[in-house]
Design a protein around this ligand. Structure first.
Ligand code: IDP
Ligand code: MG
Length: 168
C-alpha cells in the first residue's frame, strides 16, 4: 500500500540541531521525500494543524510551540514522505506522543521532553491516518511543490495576481 505522510521537524528539533540525525533515522525506511521546505508557521496554519485539540488546556501553548515562539526559532521543516506503508513506518519511528512513554530508541523517546507546563515537546510530527495525511498535506503544500501527483487537482486561471520576483 503506497501512502504519503506529512512530517514536520518542529522548532525544538531545529533549535537543537537534530535535523541531520532525524533525516538519517528516517532514511532507514527507504521512503522517498517528494516535497520539502523550511517555512514560517502562521497562527492560522498552526491552529488548522491542531484544530482537533482546540478544547485541550495545552492548546494555546501548542500553537505557540508549533510557531516557534517557545524556542525563538520561527520555522519548521515540512516534508512529505511517500512509499510503502509510509504512515505506519513514520509513526513507529517517531514513537508515542508522550516522550516519557515513547520507546527510548524512537525519535521522540530519544530527544523529546515534557516542559514544566506539561506540554509534550516531541521534536517531530507525523500524520496518523490517510485522512489526516491528506488534510495536512493540503494545508502545508500546494500541488506544484510536490514532485508526484498525490491528490486530484484542478487548473484555474487567475487574473491580476501580484507575485514577488527578483529585482533586475
Ligand atoms: P501526535 O503528535 O502523536 O499525533 P496529537 O494527539 O495529535 O499527538 O497531539 C499533537 C501534539 O500536541 C503532540 O505532538 C504534542 O506536542 C501535544 N500534545 C498532545 N497531547 C498532549 C498532552 O496530553 N499533554 C501535552 N501535550 C500534548
Ligand atoms: Mg496527531
Amino acid at each position: 500500500m503506497i501512502q504519503q505522510t506529512l512530517v514536520l521537524i518542529k522548532p525544538d528539533g531545529l533549535v537543537r540541531s537534530l535535523t541531520g540525525n532525524i533525516l538519517t533515522r528516517l532514511s532507514e525506511t527507504k521512503l522517498e521525500i517528494v516535497a520539502a521546505k523550511i517555512t514560517r508557521v502562521s497562527k492560522e496554519v498552526a491552529e488548522a494543524q491542531y484544530r482537533q485539540l482546540r478544547d485541550k488546556p495545552f492548546y494555546p501553548e501548542l500553537i505557540q510551540y508549533l510557531q516557534g515562539e517557545l524556542h525563538d526559532r520561527r520555522k519548521v521543516l515540512a516534508m512529505i514522505y511517500w512509499g510503502q506503508h509510509a504512515i505506519t513506518k513514520l509513526r513507529s519511528l517517531a514513537g508515542s506522543t508522550n516522550p516519557e512513554e515513547a520507546d527510548p530508541v524512537s525519535i521522540r523517546g530519544s530527544y523529546g521532553r515534557i516542559r514544566t507546563s506539561g506540554l509534550f515537546e516531541n521534536v517531530i510530527h507525523a500524520s496518523s491516518s490517510e485522512a489526516e495525511a491528506e488534510r495536512e498535506i493540503k494545508l502545508w503544500f500546494q500541488p506544484d511543490e510536490i514532485i508526484v501527483d498525490l491528490y486530484p487537482t484542478q487548473e484555474v486561471t487567475l487574473k491580476e495576481v501580484k507575485v514577488r520576483q527578483w529585482a533586475p
